[in-house]
Design a protein around this ligand. Structure first.
Ligand code: UT7
Length: 313
């Protein structure tokens, strides 16, 4: 079964971006690059860098933003999933630290991380939805959080201009009265060397670019074709924020105007597993509506991994 269906309710969203801004002009002083090259090739103008904060601090601040926005009773939370490839330590996981930093140590919470690179938030949403639908969990805090600056080689102009730090969070609950959400997640593990992380991020940008353009288009079409929905029926698409040209290519192939795609990569660069979560929160803050609307969140990344979620609010 390619597409999974679940009845889920989005209770709240939040995000956190560390205050330090690294602009394209700053990068011009570090590597042989230019604002003109970065802007025309990627759309990125600046990105955030976490200085004295761990990944789990970013994740906790995003979670608190979501909690405060809905004035949510955090004692209900019994599941915390953090999507990340840049945890504080190899172990314990970031979700454990978030539990502690939220003061929930005495609660019986299932807390774990997911690493599906830039598709991590889509994977985490999917896993949370399956667990909530089981009837065994009542409230999930799902976070995408990255401190990519600690695995960025600031002598490598091919990668250091692309990435930034940040975190986004959602609170989800099961429901019986909502239009089902649809999930699609996929992977193939034989293309690992085009994008991988050891001490630093390494990437064959053009190969990732070609894969990404196809993955976005096919994932969105799969979730639309499931019940004959048209791209025009979507209120918006919230794509992984890697490169404006990848988003423009999806806009063209789907025949959907570019203003249907929410874009904030000029401010944050590529924040990997955090990017869709941050963008979703910013989108919902900017475009408030009481009317039912359907969005598609779509991501792609190392693994290779890719996937999408169709959510109705
Ligand atoms: O979230 C994970 C998924 N990652 C992505 O989605 C990334 C997908 N790929 C991309 O976004 C693009 O491929 C990049 C933005 C990474 C690169 O853009 P491109 O148009 O594919 O450039 P390129 O790699 O073909 O490089 C073109 C030229 C090269 O110079 P030569 O060989 O033509 O002389 C590069 O060395 O640009 C050079 N270059 C730079 N020049 C100035 C590469 N990086 C830079 C730089 N500043 N930062």
């Amino acid at each position: 079964m390619d597409v999974k269906q679940n009845q889920i309710r989005l209770v709240s969203t939040g995000h956190y971006a560390p205050p330090k801004i690294l602009t394209n002009a700053d990068l011009e002083k570090i590597v042989d690059t230019s604002d003109e090259w970065i802007t025309t090739r990627t759309g990125i103008k600046e990105r955030r860098i976490a200085e004295n904060e761990a990944n789990s601090d970013l994740a906790t601040k995003a979670a608190l933003a979501a909690i405060e926005k809905a004035n949510y009773d955090i004692k209900k939370i019994d599941l915390i999933i953090v999507a990340t490839f840049t945890p504080d330590y190899k172990s314990p996981n970031v979700a454990n630290f978030v539990q502690a930093k939220l003061g929930l140590n005495d609660r019986p919470i299932t807390a774990f991380d997911i690493n599906a690179a830039c598709t991590g938030f889509i994977y985490a949403l999917n896993v949370a939805a399956q667990m909530l639908s089981s009837g065994n969990y009542q409230s999930a805090l799902v976070i995408g959080s990255e401190k990519i600056s600690k695995v960025t080689d600031y002598t490598d102009r091919n990668t250091c201009v692309l990435f930034g730090d940040g975190a986004g969070a959602v609170i989800l609950e099961p429901t019986k009265n909502a239009k089902p959400w649809l999930f699609f997640t996929a992977s193939r593990g034989d293309q690992d060397l085009i994008l991988y992380v050891d001490e630093y991020v390494h990437m064959d940008g053009q190969k990732v670019y070609q894969f990404a353009s196809k993955a976005i288009d096919s994932s969105i079409r799969l979730l639309l074709d499931f019940d004959g929905m048209k791209p025009q029926d979507l209120a918006a698409i919230i794509p992984h924020q890697a490169n404006i040209r990848i988003i423009q290519s999806a806009s063209k192939s789907l025949g959907l105007p570019i203003d249907h795609f929410f874009v904030d990569l000029h401010k944050y660069g590529n924040t990997s597993a955090a990017s869709i979560a941050i963008a979703l929160d910013e989108y919902l803050d900017l475009y408030k509506s009481e009317e039912e609307r359907t969005l598609i969140l779509v991501g792609f990344g190392a693994g290779l991994t890719w996937g999408a979620a169709r959510i109705t609010l």
